[in-house]
Structures are given as structure tokens and as C-alpha cells.
Ligand binder design. Structure first.
Ligand code: LMR
Length: 341
């Protein structure tokens, strides 16, 4: 009798145990070891920018090469323009396995890896190669290891390029020219401090919302790369643009770690190898697209364009020194020495 009562009470709990632990072990419901050669492996790659940007084009190239190299076994589906997830949602979507690859701006991961904040320092390096060298060295390795602790495997570091200011109030030549304005920034404490120094009111906002905010006059301006400005048509709703090259917009391409590890080893290798090649291509394409899109912006004659001279930049760099000092205190002298500062 007691035996039967115990069984009645305990059975549901006993039945639940295996399903709970399975769920914890395999949060992604597909077991790739069971996938036959005839079935596809689908990789969803979500990003927030336009198709005609370095990231947009490189994501598509990756999809094309993966299809060719795996005879169609791996299908990479690219979702651009925040069509699946916005920037503030995509990390969560990656961790839950709703998408498998994302390529967020470094700034958007600074809350997970504070060292990434260093790349938001204005005028850190004057050429993109300066950033590439750091990513290829010990700092890049440390960043990858830190992101692995967050269940992401780094597949590559991509460029968008250097950021430029746009606004609808006045031309910008000096650091305090934007004082009193409201400017959209990406989520990063360093960017926040940078704009506070400039006596600007910085507003963190999803990329997808910026055009409307500019058009409606909810904010006065923003900072972004030429390809993002052009593809999102900011130049058509802003009066002034300064080619300042003041900040770097780079991406880290990450894949969900559990997803990657469940894939057959040959597929994992194709992904890594293909991404290496695509990353080289992407960096070159970023430079090319910046030139092309800047020409288009000049041609539209719809925005007044200034360009900072090397002498102007000396003044700006001097202005930002307190920000560097603060960051050095936070990240340490040895980290700054590794950056070459
Ligand atoms: C932004 O939010 O401005 C950028 O990070 C968008 C992007 O991914 O280039």
C-alpha cells in the first residue's frame, strides 16, 4: 500500500528528471550528431545594418561560400537590417540559440568585456591596421577567451571603419562645437564619457531607431561610419557632417559555443576557415565601400561636409586626454602598454 502511494507521488517527479537535465544539457533542440548527410545544418546570422555595408556584404559572402564548400549541407541564413533582432536583443537571441552567429559592434559587448571599451577611445589609432594588429596579438586572444566565458566563440574581427559626426545644428571643427546637443551613441561607458566631456547629452539608442529620431528632431545628431550613414540615409536628414575619423567601429563575429561544439568537426573547420578568408575580404571591402559611399554623399549635395585637418586632430586628442587617463586607471598601465600607448 505505502509502496503504491510512494510510487504515485514520486513517479511524476522521476519522469521529470531526465527531461530537465536533457534540456539543461541540450538547450538547442537539434542534435547534430543525428543529422544525416541529406539534412541541412541551418545557421542563422543576424545583424542590424544594411545589405550594402561591409558587414552586410561579408555575411552574404560567408553564406555563399559555406553553401558551396559543404555542397549545400550548411545553409547560412542572413537576416539584415534588424529584421530578426535589434542590437539590444541579438545577444540574448544568440545565447538562447534563436540565432547562431551575430557580429555586434565592440562597443555593444563592453559590459561583458570591459577591455573592449579601449577601442571606443577617440583617436586611438590613426589607421585601421593599428586595430588589426592588436586583434591579432595577445589582446585579441584575451578578448576571445573572455567571450568564451560568455559562451561565444570568436570567428573574426571585422571593420566598419572610422566614425564621423553628423548633426543638424552647426558645423563641427572643435570638440566643444556640439556642446548642448543631444547625440545618439552606442551602449558604452567610454562613449558616454567621451560625449560628456564634449558637454553633449549622449543618448543610447538602437541602431534601427536612429533615422527616425534624427528625422523627427528628437536628437540633434549621431556618430557613425560613412557606410552606415549612407545606407541608413542619415545624410538626407542632417545638415552637417564632419569627416573626423575620431572613433573606430569594429565588430566581433561570434558563434554560439554550444552550437559550434555540437557540429561535426569537418563542418566546424569549414566554418572557421571560411570565416578567416571572409574576414580578410571584409576589411578590404570596408575601405572600398567607405570611399564609394562618401562620393555618393558628396554627390547628393544635401549635407555640408567639413574635414578635420591633422592640426585640428592634435587639438581634439589633447582635449580627450582626461578620458585616456581615466581608462588607463581602470584597465591598468600594462594593458595600455600592450596597446602601444
Ligand atoms: C551602431 O549601432 O551604430 C552600429 O553598431 C551598427 C553596426 O552594426 O554597424
Amino acid at each position: 500500500m505505502w509502496h503504491r502511494i510512494f510510487l504515485l507521488l514520486a513517479l511524476p517527479a522521476l519522469l521529470l528528471v531526465p527531461s530537465c537535465s536533457l534540456q539543461t544539457l541540450h538547450p538547442i533542440p537539434i542534435d547534430y550528431e543525428q543529422v544525416s548527410d541529406h539534412e541541412k545544418i541551418v545557421i542563422r546570422f543576424s545583424h542590424v545594418v544594411g545589405e550594402d555595408t561591409p558587414k552586410g556584404q561579408a555575411a552574404r559572402l560567408f553564406a555563399k561560400l559555406m553553401k558551396e564548400r559543404t555542397n549545400g549541407k550548411v545553409e547560412v541564413q542572413v537576416f539584415s537590417n534588424s529584421s530578426l533582432y535589434t542590437d539590444s536583443e541579438e545577444l540574448d537571441a544568440l545565447s538562447k540559440g534563436h540565432v547562431q552567429i551575430i557580429a555586434p559592434a565592440l562597443s555593444k559587448l563592453t559590459h561583458l568585456v570591459p577591455e573592449l571599451g579601449a577601442f571606443d577611445l577617440p583617436f586611438l589609432f590613426s589607421s585601421l591596421e593599428g586595430y588589426h594588429q592588436v586583434f591579432a596579438g595577445p589582446i585579441g586572444k584575451d578578448i576571445s577567451e573572455s567571450l568564451e566565458e560568455w559562451e561565444m566563440v570568436v570567428l573574426g574581427f571585422w571593420d566598419s571603419g572610422f566614425k564621423q559626426f553628423t548633426n543638424n545644428l552647426r558645423p563641427v571643427r572643435r570638440p566643444l562645437d556640439l556642446a548642448g546637443t543631444t547625440i545618439r551613441i552606442m551602449p558604452s561607458a567610454v562613449l558616454d564619457e567621451q560625449f560628456n566631456l564634449m558637454q553633449v547629452n549622449p543618448v543610447q539608442m538602437n541602431f534601427d531607431d536612429v533615422y527616425r529620431a534624427l528625422e523627427q528632431g528628437w536628437i540633434h545628431g549621431q556618430e557613425n561610419t560613412v557606410s552606415n550613414i549612407y545606407t541608413k540615409r542619415y545624410h538626407t536628414v542632417q545638415k552637417y557632417m564632419t569627416i573626423s575619423d575620431h572613433g573606430y567601429l569594429g565588430y566581433v563575429v561570434v558563434i554560439n559555443k554550444r552550437f559550434l561544439q555540437q557540429l561535426p568537426e569537418d563542418v566546424q573547420n569549414v566554418i572557421k576557415k571560411t570565416m578567416e578568408e571572409v574576414s580578410d575580404w571584409e576589411r578590404k571591402q570596408a575601405v572600398k565601400l567607405e570611399q564609394e559611399k562618401l562620393k555618393e554623399i558628396y554627390n547628393c549635395r544635401c549635407i555640408e561636409i567639413e574635414r578635420l585637418t591633422e592640426q585640428d586632430k592634435v587639438i581634439w586628442k589633447e582635449f580627450y586626454k582626461p578620458l585616456y587617463e581615466k581608462m588607463e586607471q581602470q584597465l591598468g598601465r600594462s594593458f595600455f602598454r600592450e596597446l602601444g600607448l
